[in-house]
Write a protein that binds this ligand. Structure first.
Ligand SMILES: CCCCCCCC/C=C\CCCCCCCC(=O)N[C@@H](CO[C@@H]1OC[C@@H](O)[C@H](O)[C@H]1O)[C@H](O)/C=C/CCCCCCCCCCCCC
Ligand code: UDP
Length: 404
């Protein structure tokens, strides 16, 4: 009898402990939502103030790693030639001279002879990260103290670089653009925009507000002297997620990290649900290897999963109807996400509210599914190669993989 009583009360204590934990986490996520909304409102899309005339704009070396082409590559690259910034050079880095991007780059260099450009072919193997290997010769030849690393799918507005340089205040060592997307047509494009404008933006903005290193390297402005102090970009060639390790190393040196006023306008010409799913899966694997706490926190921070646990906790602790709780939870989460994406878009979305609801629901189901199907397989396919990740984030090339 006494034993029954004791085991019952220890079960009750254990369940109460879990219920309180889920409730606290649930409250934490509303804090993340609100932080992201307020911070995006404060930080994004501010008018770019010009530097005082007596302060000349610093020169910027743009490193543009390219491998292969896509239907939007030419027009995306062209936006780098038409930026309104007084002093910059573009270093195109290509893996080999038969790369289909070579003729596009040559055509653009001919069309804009006044823009300072150089082309580096062949890269240099300094690690496993193919992007770093590709950029190494361009990095070594960089003329200017400021370096912008900009992925192939990125599109610039006329004042994007100006905006980024303006954010590189004294003490700031890295300015990055929060991933978002350029307006494109179709379901996959709407899905991508929804993901980058809600689930990812929420964590990205809250982490940056709290100065937790959370940086994706698709569009990063930094100081060459910092890279040099850390041994050059080759120091990060052993990681596939060179971006996060660079951000951590730079924070340890005491430099600040900030996001710029404009998000990164990703505009890859290949936009379909399968590639998007594979990209998310590759990123999940990187995050788990680099920051193992994401193994628990990431699924738990998903709306549908957290809502289910919080509904159970609410019914256990306060006898609230779990079905009603769950529905209200999902509705409130969606409304906050809708506010966030509209702030980031800074104008009307290129799809209807109905499409937003559909894409949002699709993403909310896709997110946990991608997560759980990715954790079992540490093999990562990135463009034409395959890698295996070790705990901590160091990668080994697995085998040559022929992309299809
Ligand atoms: C109660 C609060 C709970 C919070 C729980 C948060 C759990 C984390 C959930 C989601 C994480 C989302 C992270 C957003 C960005 C991730 C994008 C990404 O994975 N990018 C990786 C790949 O980028 C490419 O890599 C190759 C490179 O060459 C390309 O140029 C890149 O684009 C990238 O490597 C990873 C970057 C950062 C990962 C950070 C992971 C830690 C997140 C901690 C967040 C904590 C937030 C707390 C808020 C209160
Ligand atoms: O083998 C590779 C893979 C990628 N990249 C470059 O690295 C950047 C990021 O690649 P991708 O867009 O595939 O990364 P994601 O954003 O999907 O992680 C792009 O500029 C690519 O051209 C490269 O030079 N060689």
């Amino acid at each position: 009898m006494l034993l029954d009583y004791l085991s019952l009360s220890s079960l009750t204590y254990t369940l109460s402990g879990f219920a309180v934990f889920f409730f606290v986490f649930w409250f934490g996520m509303w804090f993340v939502h609100l932080t992201a909304i307020f911070y995006s409102k404060y930080k994004l899309h501010r008018k770019v103030p010009l530097l005082p005339q007596e302060m000349p704009y610093p020169g910027v070396t743009i490193l543009k790693p390219l491998t292969g082409t896509d239907p939007n590559l030419y027009s995306n690259l062209e936006t780098f030639f038409t930026m309104s910034y007084p002093k910059y050079e573009i270093c195109f880095c290509l893996e080999d001279d038969v790369d289909p991007a070579v003729p596009l780059v040559e055509k653009l260099c001919k069309k804009y002879p006044n823009v300072d450009t150089s082309v580096f072919i062949g890269g240099q193997v300094v690690g496993v990260n193919p992007k770093i290997n590709n950029m190494e010769p361009g990095y070594k030849a960089a003329k200017y103290e400021l370096i912008l690393i900009s992925d192939s799918g990125i599109r610039m507005k006329e004042d994007t670089l100006l905006d980024m340089v303006n954010h590189l205040k004294p003490g700031v060592g890295l300015v990055h653009q929060m991933p978002f997307t350029w307006d494109r047509k179709g379901f996959a494009a709407a899905l991508e925009k929804t993901y980058f404008g809600t689930a990812q933006a929420r964590i990205y903005l809250a982490a940056n507000f709290l100065q937790i290193p959370c940086h994706t390297g698709m569009s990063t402005l930094t100081r060459k002297s910092i890279f040099d102090e850390l041994g050059g970009i080759k120091t990060f060639g052993c990681y596939l997620a060179e971006d996060l390790f660079f951000a951590r190393a730079l924070s340890e040196l005491g430099w600040k990290i900030t996001i710029s006023g404009q998000p990164a306008w990703q505009n890859s010409g290949y936009c379909d649900v399968t590639s998007f799913r594979n990209r998310l899966s590759r990123w999940v694997k990187l995050r788990i290897a680099m920051a193992p706490f994401t193994l628990v926190c990431e699924p738990l921070s998903e709306c549908l999963i957290l809502g289910a646990f919080a509904s159970w906790a609410a019914s256990f602790l306060f006898q609230i109807d779990p079905a009603v709780f769950y529905l209200v939870h999902i509705l409130a989460w969606f409304l906050l996400d809708a506010i966030l994406i509209s702030i980031i878009q800074n104008g009307s979305l290129p799809f209807s509210k109905f499409h937003l609801i559909v894409c949002w629901l699709f993403r909310e189901v896709l997110g946990p599914w991608v997560f759980f199907t990715s954790i079992w397989n540490p093999v990562i396919k990135w463009r034409t190669r395959t890698y295996k990740l070790r705990w901590g984030g160091i990668a080994d090339e697995y085998k040559q993989y022929i992309d299809v």
